[in-house]
Design a protein around this ligand. Structure first.
Ligand code: NAP
Length: 249
């Protein structure tokens, strides 16, 4: 009996977890998920997991060699560009196949009012004077708003930041986003939100805030998504899983 195919899923997203579940029932696939270890949220993994950075592209390449990985799957967040670039370089260096999950970006619908931004700085600059802005962003994006002392910020994050955030007027909410638009709308109303700032992450689970903003007529400063990594990519996990199963199971 041939050795199982060793698959490393670069994760940190719900998609990566769901893919690992789909592949788990195939005994000929040996699936391991890798997480950066940034969030304390436990529900992003399934099955075998390793945690922590590899040490750049060369570290990832060494890991792929040492663990005799046959297939690398990039199912990281669309804004996690460094690990995706490392994946490209490492898979090329080792000479193994790499597949990408590139979940569809959100598209403006009738009733939406999006101001598309290239960067956080652009969003911060454009927020109107004395706005009450909801930041659906991680702590790494917050510095760009620090000069806007006139704006009242409500920021929602999964985990409490390790260092204080540099915003003068800030209410920090440590919580997962709701998947229910009415709950997001209630939250926005409770805090008197006038504008939303978020990234075009795509996916269905966190779309509720976009629907809520539409219902309330709130403008959204929408950060454009960076270009996806090169290579064979899939816009849904079902097709990606089917390809892996066809090739290796
Ligand atoms: P990033 O800037 O692309 O990556 C920064 C560094 O974190 C990488 O160079 C790598 O360190 C390490 N890393 C990232 N993903 C890893 C993984 N799956 N396994 C092992 N190491 C990983 O990414 P980020 O924006 O900081 O996001 C970190 C992780 O959180 C990603 O896995 C992403 O899928 C997940 N996530 C991010 C967001 C977001 O908003 N950006 C949202 C949801 C989930 P080394 O160079 O040392 O290997």
């Amino acid at each position: 009996m041939a050795e199982p195919t060793k698959i490393l899923i670069l994760g940190g997203t719900r998609n990566a977890r769901d893919l690992a579940i789909m592949l788990a029932e195939h005994p000929h696939l040996d699936v391991l998920t890798s997480l950066a270890g940034r969030t304390e949220e436990p529900d992003r993994t399934f099955g075998k997991t390793r945690v922590g950075g590899f040490g750049g592209a060369s570290g990832l390449a060494a890991y792929l060699r040492n663990e005799a990985i046959n297939l690398l799957v990039d199912s990281t967040h669309p804004f996690a560009t460094r690990i995706s670039q490392n994946a490209v370089e490492a898979a090329n260096a080792v000479g193994i196949k790499r597949l990408v999950l590139d979940r569809p970006r959100w598209v403006e619908q009738p009733g939406d009012n999006w101001i598309k931004c290239q960067s956080i700085e652009e969003a911060a600059q454009q927020l109107p004077l004395h706005a009450t802005a909801f930041l659906a962003l991680g702590h790494q994006y917050i510095d760009g708003f620090s000069h806007r002392e006139d704006v009242h910020f409500i920021a929602r994050m999964l985990d409490k930041p390790k260092t204080p955030l540099p915003l003068k007027n800030l209410v920090l909410i440590i919580a997962k986003p709701s998947h229910i638009a009415a709950e997001e709308a209630d939250l926005f109303k409770r805090h008197g939100i006038t504008h939303l700032v978020c990234r075009n992450s795509g996916g269905t689970l966190i779309y509720a805030k976009i629907k809520a903003a539409r219902e309330l007529g709130l403008p959204i400063y929408m950060l454009r998504r960076p270009p996806p990594p090169p290579g064979e990519s899939f816009d849904n996990i079902e097709d990606l899983a089917a390809k892996i199963i066809r090739l290796y199971a």
